[in-house]
Design a binder for this molecule. Structure first.
Ligand SMILES: NC(=O)C1=CN([C@@H]2O[C@H](COP(=O)(O)OP(=O)(O)OC[C@H]3O[C@@H](n4cnc5c(N)ncnc54)[C@H](OP(=O)(O)O)[C@@H]3O)[C@@H](O)[C@H]2O)C=CC1
Ligand SMILES: O=C(O)CCC(=O)C(=O)O
Length: 411
């Protein structure tokens, strides 16, 4: 099932639990606006290269639309659509005053030089600058993009609209980025995992953890969980995968990745087949890379007791059913990885106020939001007698539906 069909399916199940009118369902599901642009740049060698860029603005009932921009070869309209919709429910679960959006460019950032990436980002910004803005749609980093990408978007946007730091979040701190934003998604994963384990009378210490993906989210999650005594027993990225049942030394791995641009070749563990990472023996599995990786082909072989969805849409609905029958507890993406967008909200607030928070304040506020989010999701699970995914979906969809009804449709 593709990402959009899966996301629509989860939405419809939640809407049914909530008893939403079918016309309201339709209105909530259809994106506010879908943008597709052609981005042609001269490459460093003088030849031309053309790419397709997307921005899907899904819903703005609760505030400006918000979501990352992804640079990846597999970016396609359906996937961006699904990710934008997930952002709508995610911002509502986090209870921050935003709607949802997502963008992407179908490219392999690893094949482009820094100056080619800069040109591509600036051309994309030129094509969408009239449709994003501080109070309309606020982009942020996602897979394949980073604070430097946001700095280029900010600079290009500001040429048209005047200096506007709040038009993007996840910026470098020198340009008004928030302290703590870089680590925020991983830190949110830590807080979410702590909240879930507490329900089972457990703590992070001693848990055997597997992480798929060692970019922004995966590396921060691994680092913060290991600082709390979690044992990271296997990690993978695009270059390879390693395993060490005594626990991988994450600071050493971070140094290796910085120098070697990937996990491959790290001596502090045994190299394993990356395709087996999700079925490695562990207590907690953290997918932190691509979507759709947990599916009917591998769900039955998963050994983890808990899956914390740091990535967006890592679990297919068919896998959800298999995992549920096996008693595996899945903490869904729209709650588990909401730490990133929550600190993006703090960054936007700081930019609008022209005031910088200390990092301790950012982290403490994030913990408050993540703890409250978990409590709210659990409340919905109790009310509707459902699992955590439906608890999170029904929470998010209900908040957006209420805002939509309150605003009304009068022309
Ligand atoms: N950044 C954020 O704030 C947020 C991100 N997310 C989600 O988290 C996930 C990761 O995003 P982020 O960390 O920002 O992205 P990054 O680009 O920083 O990192 C992605 C990581 O995944 C690895 N990867 C890519 N393909 C594979 C694969 N087939 N198998 C194993 N690893 C792979 C990459 O390897 P390599 O670097 O070698 O290519 C890299 O280590 C995405 O699903 C994103 O949507 C969710 C909420 C917020
Ligand atoms: O920080 C943000 O605004 C969005 C992050 C994002 O894209 C996500 O949560 O999936």
């Amino acid at each position: 099932m593709n990402a959009l069909a899966a996301t629509n399916r989860n939405f419809k199940l939640a809407a049914r639990l909530l008893g939403l009118d079918s016309k309201l369902q339709k209105s909530l599901l259809i994106p506010f606006r879908e943008i597709k642009v052609e981005c042609t740049i001269p490459k460093d060698d003088g030849t031309l290269a053309s790419f397709v860029g997307f921005r899907v603005q899904h819903d703005n009932a609760r505030g400006p639309m918000k979501g990352g921009i992804r640079y990846h070869p597999e970016v396609d309209p359906d996937e961006v659509n699904a990710l934008a919709q997930l952002m709508t429910w995610k911002t509502a679960v986090a209870n921050i005053p935003y709607g949802g959006a997502k963008g992407g460019i179908g490219c392999n950032p690893g094949d482009l030089s820094i100056s080619e990436l800069e040109r591509l980002t600036r051309v994309f910004t030129q094509k969408i600058h009239d449709l994003v803005g501080v109070h309309t749609d606020v982009p942020a980093p996602d897979m394949g993009t980073n604070p430097q990408t946001m700095a280029w978007i900010l600079d290009e946007y500001s040429k048209f609209h005047g200096y506007s730091p709040a038009v993007v979040t996840g910026k470098p701190t020198d340009l008004g980025g928030s302290l703590g934003r870089d680590a925020a998604t991983g830190r949110g994963v830590l807080f979410a995992t702590e909240a879930l384990l507490k329900e089972y009378g457990k703590s992070i210490a001693g848990q055997r953890i597997v992480v798929q993906g060692f970019g922004n989210v995966g590396s921060w999650a691994a680092q913060l969980l290991s600082e709390q005594g979690g044992k990271i027993v296997a990690v993978s990225d695009i270059t390879g995968a390693i395993k060490n049942s005594s626990g991988i030394d994450i600071p050493s791995l971070l140094n290796h990745v910085k120098e070697s641009r990937g996990i491959k070749g790290f001596s502090g563990g045994d190299s394993i087949d990356p395709s087996s990472i999700l079925v490695e023996d562990c207590d907690i599995l953290i997918p932190a890379a691509l979507g759709g990786v947990i599916n009917r082909d591998n769900a039955k072989d998963i050994k983890a007791k808990f899956i914390i969805e740091a990535a967006n849409h890592p679990t297919d609905p068919e896998a959800d059913e298999i995992l549920s029958k096996k008693g595996v507890v899945v903490l869904p993406d729209i709650y588990a990885n909401s730490g990133g967008v929550t600190v993006s909200y703090f960054e936007w607030v700081q930019n609008i106020q022209g005031f910088m928070w200390e990092e301790d304040k950012v982290n403490a506020e994030l913990k408050t939001y993540m703890t409250k989010g978990f409590k709210d999701v659990k409340e919905m699970c109790k009310t509707h007698n459902c699992d955590l995914r439906m608890g999170a979906f029904s929470l998010g969809v209900n908040r957006v539906a209420r805002a939509t009804l309150l605003r009304g449709w009068e022309a």
